[in-house]
Structures are given as C-alpha cells and as structure tokens.
Design a protein around this ligand. Structure first.
Ligand SMILES: CC(C)(COP(=O)(O)OP(=O)(O)OC[C@H]1O[C@@H](n2cnc3c(N)ncnc32)[C@H](O)[C@@H]1OP(=O)(O)O)[C@@H](O)C(=O)NCCC(=O)NCCS
Length: 152
C-alpha cells in the first residue's frame, strides 16, 4: 500500500526499506540500542513494515512495523522518525496509516512506550499494564546466565 502527502510517501513495500537506515535509526533508540543487524533483518522480514520516504530523493525518513495475525491481534513497534524530519506531523501521519491498515484496524492492537503515550493516545491507544517476558538473550544479560536450550 502507498500513501502520499506533500513531500513524503509511506509505503508497505518491503523492497523499498533501507536496512542501513533501519540499523542506524533503531540502534539510536532506547529500546533497540543493541539489536544486531541480523535480528533487525529478520524482524523486518516477518512483519508488515511501513517505510516513510522523501519523494524527491527516495531517502528513508521514518519507519514503523506491525506484528499481527491479521485477524485478532497486532503489535505496533519500532516507530521512529529520523531526527532531521521530526516535529512536522510525520509521526502522527505514520501512525494514522498504521492504524487504518486493513491488517490492523479490526484487531486488538498493543504497543509499548516509555514516554510517547500522548502520541499513541491520539490514535485510540489506552494505558494498561500487562506481563512481559523478555527474550532469552535479554534475560541472560540481566542475570548473567547462559541461554537455556529449547525443550523438545
Ligand atoms: C516519537 C516520534 C516518532 C514522533 O515523531 P514526530 O514526527 O516528531 O512527531 P509529530 O510531529 O507527528 O508529533 C507527535 C505528537 O505526539 C506528541 N508526543 C507525545 N509524546 C511524544 C514523544 N515522546 N515524542 C514526540 N512526540 C510526542 C507531540 O507532542 C505531538 O503532538 P501535537 O501535534 O499535539 O503537538 C519521534 O519523535 C521519534 O522517532 N522519537 C524517537 C523514537 C521514539 O521515541 N519512538 C516512539 C517510541 S514508542
């Protein structure tokens, strides 16, 4: 799908994504600072990705992705606008496209944020608490223990 507004375009075409941009931008966030390139690559491959691009240059300026069963549940994550393009409504436009997407609009949609509650509340998200199981990789780091082997 493609959405246009002024100087920018949002596309869900995975072929347009700029992996170098994704690694640089996500590694600068508080939640994905240590996410390796191969993990970013796999996450993108297995998600519905929304890339935001400048029309004139094709350069990527933003990103969001959705993990979903496309029927009942969606998880919106990795929402980021490049620093140079912030503060002009692009984050809101990106989120409006995400929540209107056919794979998201009728699902129960969750996301996590440390400080951008006000942004997501504009799109119908409500604060709630829940449980979370960090990855084995992250838990191993916290406890200093080796990762457990999968149980057959
Ligand atoms: C958050 C982010 C995506 C917003 O993108 P943006 O294009 O700069 O934002 P917009 O210009 O569309 O405006 C965002 C709106 O949400 C509000 N908002 C609430 N919390 C915010 C926050 N933590 N950061 C930015 N905006 C926030 C702003 O005040 C603004 O509302 P307004 O239009 O009523 O003034 C961008 O600042 C970013 O990439 N930040 C770093 C990564 C990040 O924190 N992502 C979200 C984590 S879940």
């Amino acid at each position: 799908m493609e959405y246009e507004d002024g100087e920018y375009v949002i596309s869900t075409d995975p072929a347009r994504l700029d992996l170098a941009f994704l690694c640089r931008t996500l590694n600068a966030t508080y939640w994905a600072g240590d996410r390796p390139r191969e993990v970013i690559e796999a996450s993108v491959r297995n998600s519905i990705c929304f890339g935001l691009y400048r029309k004139t240059t094709g350069e990527q300026a933003g990103f969001a992705r959705v993990v979903t069963d496309q029927a009942t549940f969606s998880w919106v994550c990795d929402v980021v606008i490049d620093e140079r393009h912030r503060g002009q409504g692009l984050g809101k436009w990106l989120m409006s496209c995400v929540v209107a997407h056919p794979c998201v609009k009728n699902t129960n949609s969750l996301l996590g944020t440390r400080d951008a509650h006000g942004l997501y509340e504009k799109f119908g998200y409500r604060r709630s608490s829940g449980m979370r199981r960090p990855s084995d990789r992250a838990r191993g780091r916290e406890t200093g223990t080796a990762q457990s082997a999968p149980v057959a």
